[in-house]
Design a protein around this ligand. Structure first.
Ligand SMILES: *Cc1c(COP(=O)(O)O)cnc(C)c1O
Length: 378
């Protein structure tokens, strides 16, 4: 079998397809010399709010800041607890600590990699201020029961939708369920900028106002500061790129979903599903947008298989090798190994395969054939 190159992500292929639309958008911003906020950002905010089905969207510097600004705008204070997943990108928990609160982790479900609802319910205390469910890898959280639980206790849901723009639960989009929805436009996300960027979606108009102030040092009227905020804005250049890309997002998400389905067929054709556990796309009422296609293999095979794939030109990644409760920076929380067995097991068994929209069927066949070769299968 001749060797193909299959990177984990190929942003050059995406750029080649939209280049003709991107250059004029960039030129428009450069000619305007309006780089910070302004019309371009306001237009993107309207478009992304409409896309997500919320009243408002507020651009900011990153997904991390979207989480931090949301927590503070919702009134999070020192001493508060915020419940979230130990199996996510570090920013989810880092932003809770930066907001002055304490992350309270609960274990995940092994199939969806999302928060275990019973564990969330058991972790609620008088100090709980918010819950941050993460729509991990693009799979929407089963959000209905979580919203009911939060409403019963009078606490906010802040969705970490950084990996899930366009994901749906009963036809409604990620970022439209909670008090706030947090998005990242880091280049590897499904809607990626040419650098860092983020946004918060909300239908709470007062919250949107506070968010708009907090991203400019708590300023509502020019040079009159009501709060201590941050400098955390979305650049006009990034907004212009994102406006172009947003028009293609649904087509790209469909291509990711098609690629996921093709992997499923190929893994079955090779009879590999006893060794390789495929990602669960979820029930019929959810639309998984596959920011990542994450398989599981027995822990002893994970790193050797990755090496075999790398040696054959296939890029992979492990999301995430160390669950957050075992991170050095969070040792002060006092969690021990064994606290969250499902998160710890996922950290040992998972591998993300290339699933980007421009991936060809031949490339996918090559990836699965290479995995079959590793296991000595045809
Ligand atoms: C990417 C990501 C973030 C942080 O976004 P940045 O834009 O990189 O700051 C937060 N949470 C999750 C789940 C992410 O995937």
């Amino acid at each position: 079998m001749s060797q193909l190159k299959v990177p984990l992500l190929d942003l050059k292929a995406q750029f080649a397809a939209i280049e003709q639309e991107v250059w004029p958008a960039l030129e428009r911003v450069v000619r305007s010399q309006q780089f910070i906020l302004g019309d371009e950002v306001a237009a993107f905010e309207r478009e992304v709010a409409e896309y997500c089905g919320t009243q408002e969207a507020v651009g900011c510097a990153s997904g991390t800041d979207a989480l931090l600004l949301s927590l503070v705008a919702c009134g999070t204070e020192p001493g508060d607890e915020v419940i979230t997943s130990p199996y996510t990108f570090f920013a989810t928990a880092g932003s809770i600590v930066r907001a002055g609160a304490r992350p309270v982790f609960v274990d995940i479900e092994p199939d969806s990699y999302n928060l275990n609802l019973d564990a969330v319910a058991a972790a609620i205390t008088a100090k709980t201020r918010a819950i941050i469910p993460v729509h991990l890898f693009g799979r929407p959280v089963e959000i209905g029961p979580l919203l009911d639980l939060a409403a019963r206790h009078g606490i906010d849901i802040i969705e970490d939708a950084c990996q899930a723009i366009g994901a749906e639960w009963h036809g409604k989009r990620a970022g439209s369920f909670g008090t706030a929805g947090c998005f990242s436009f880091f280049p590897s996300k499904n809607l990626g900028a040419f650098g860092d960027g983020g946004a918060v979606t909300t239908s709470d108009v007062d919250l949107a106002k506070r968010l708009r102030a907090l991203r400019v040092h708590g300023m509502e009227r020019r040079y009159h500061h009501r709060w201590i905020g941050w400098n955390s804005r979305l650049d006009a250049i990034q907004a212009a790129v994102l406006r172009v890309k947003l028009r293609h997002l649904d087509r790209w998400s469909e291509a990711r979903r098609r690629n996921a389905q093709q992997y499923r067929e190929l893994f079955h054709e090779h009879g590999l599903t006893d060794l390789v556990r495929l990602p669960d796309p979820g029930p019929a009422h959810v639309r998984h947008v596959f920011n990542q296609f994450v398989i599981r293999v027995p822990a002893e095979h994970r790193d050797p298989l990755r090496k075999h794939l790398r040696n054959h030109g296939v890029g992979t990644e492990v999301y995430y090798p160390v669950p957050l409760h075992l991170q050095e920076a969070l040792a002060f929380l006092g969690y021990r190994e064994g606290a969250f067995p499902e998160a710890e097991r996922a950290a040992r068994e998972t591998i993300a395969l290339p699933v980007y929209p421009e991936l060809t069927r031949d490339q996918q066949a090559y990836v699965v054939q290479t995995i079959a070769d590793y296991f000595g299968r045809r």
